[in-house]
Design a protein around this ligand. Structure first.
Ligand code: PLP
Length: 399
């Protein structure tokens, strides 16, 4: 007998929960892609996407997951053999750099490990030593979804400025856009990539490259540009289909329109950031109490560098996988697997799990996830501190 009959809850770090109204907006017959509503709808997306990213720059939309936006960002601005600095803080910037290698870029990885942020002082030191300005770009994630670290983007920008280095600053916000405070223009980010299936609450399949004037300038000399991934026709479309390099992702556009209605016009982006911060604090409060007996630890110790969209948790004795299975099979909530912290399938791998807390979430969803984990700890006989739900409830109540 299972207790999981009822609406299932997905608490993984992407894809995230799709709002009913987004799903409903997509449930329709195919529209005309040459004239009419869809075209106006598409052009209405651009200003709202720019609000979400806090930029006056350009945005190109791709029919691709986040990996596609990675490739577009690199090929539009760089040339074969260019030296690139990758700031590794888990899995994702490293993966972006590995992709760059296959494109013929010369990658230097500065690996800060799995449990801490990219150190601005170290970046400044490396850039100061690069007197000939050989590094053409710096790649970093705002949130690394594997380690759940949150990098301090303004501090990294300040380090680049202090070293007076001209490299393009490229930030992966795939896990963090619309969850974390992010201000592309104020923070001096040259290129930002994002997907639609995390903070933007839409099914996977559309991704974005946000481009500032420095990135547009770099496009003029980049020799990796290819016809399909070129962002120029997409941002300067003379005919509608050029925005997408072909047929528009019709239903995704309807879904995204509704998601942006919720995010930008109902909730407001500042409020969305604040909600994610509150929920992150709620989850950490519960984890701190459970962890008093040493049953689990948060992967990122310093709250200043913890993601507000995903939390990576370490346990022992394979308990990460046991908790996940109990929560999914018995309670109806799916937690995230550990990612990038240990080899998949190894005994160590089973010690990790993640809670995704990005996107369309409210108090019963967060408290339901925490309540299910609390029950799992008890059902599985895993020693843990008492009062975690009380502590979580207190954080919510202080709102
Ligand atoms: C999810 C994610 C990606 C990859 O996105 P896909 O849509 O799976 O290709 C890249 N970077 C970060 C930080 C992510 O969270």
């Amino acid at each position: 007998m299972s207790l999981s009959y009822g609406r299932k809850l997905l608490s993984i770090p992407g894809p995230s929960v799709i709002p009913d109204s987004v799903q409903n907006a997509m449930h329709r017959a195919s529209p005309n892609i040459y004239e009419g509503e869809l075209i106006d709808l598409t052009y209405s997306l651009f200003p709202d996407l720019k609000t979400v990213a806090q930029t006056k720059g350009d945005v190109a939309i791709y029919i691709a997951n986040g990996h596609g936006s990675w490739e577009a960002a690199l090929t539009n601005t760089l040339s074969k053999g260019d030296k690139i600095l990758v700031l590794g803080t888990g899995r994702f910037a490293i993966g972006w750099g590995e992709m760059g290698k296959t494109l013929g870029l010369d990658i230097t990885l500065i690996d800060f490990g799995n449990a801490t942020h990219a150190d601005p002082a170290k970046l400044e030191e490396i850039l100061r030593a690069d007197k000939d300005h050989n590094y053409k770009a710096i790649l970093v994630t705002q949130t690394d979804t594997a380690s759940s670290v949150r990098n301090d983007i303004p501090a990294l920008r300040a380090a680049i400025d202090a070293a007076k280095h001209p490299a393009l600053f490229m930030v992966d916000c795939i896990a963090s856009l619309a969850c974390e405070r992010f201000m592309m223009d104020d923070w001096g980010v040259d290129i930002m990539v994002a997907g639609c299936q995390k903070g933007l609450m839409t099914p996977p399949g559309v991704s974005f490259v946000f481009i500032n004037p420095r990135a547009l300038e770099a496009r003029k000399t980049a020799d990796l540009v290819t016809a399909y991934w070129d962002f120029m026709p997409r941002i300067n479309a003379e005919i509608y289909y050029q925005n997408f390099g072909g047929t528009a992702p019709t239903h995704h556009l309807y879904g995204l329109r509704e998601a942006l209605n919720i995010l930008v016009h109902e909730e407001g982006i500042e409020n969305a950031w604040a909600r994610h911060t509150r929920f992150a604090n709620t989850i950490w409060a519960a984890l701190d109490v459970w962890g008093k007996d040493g049953a689990l630890t948060l992967n990122i110790t310093d709250t200043k560098y913890r993601s507000h969209a995903v939390t990576s948790i370490k346990m022992a004795d394979g308990n990460g996988t046991r908790i996940r299975k109990w929560c999914e099979d018995t309670a109806g909530v799916t937690l995230g697997i550990g990612l990038g912290m240990a080899d998949h399938g190894s005994a160590e791998w089973d010690n990790y799990f993640r809670i995704g807390h990005m996107g369309h979430l409210n108090v019963p969803m967060i408290m339901g996830t925490l309540g299910s984990i609390d029950s799992a700890l008890k059902a599985l006989g895993i020693p843990h501190g008492d009062g975690a739900l009380e502590a979580a409830s207190l954080v919510i109540s202080q709102h």
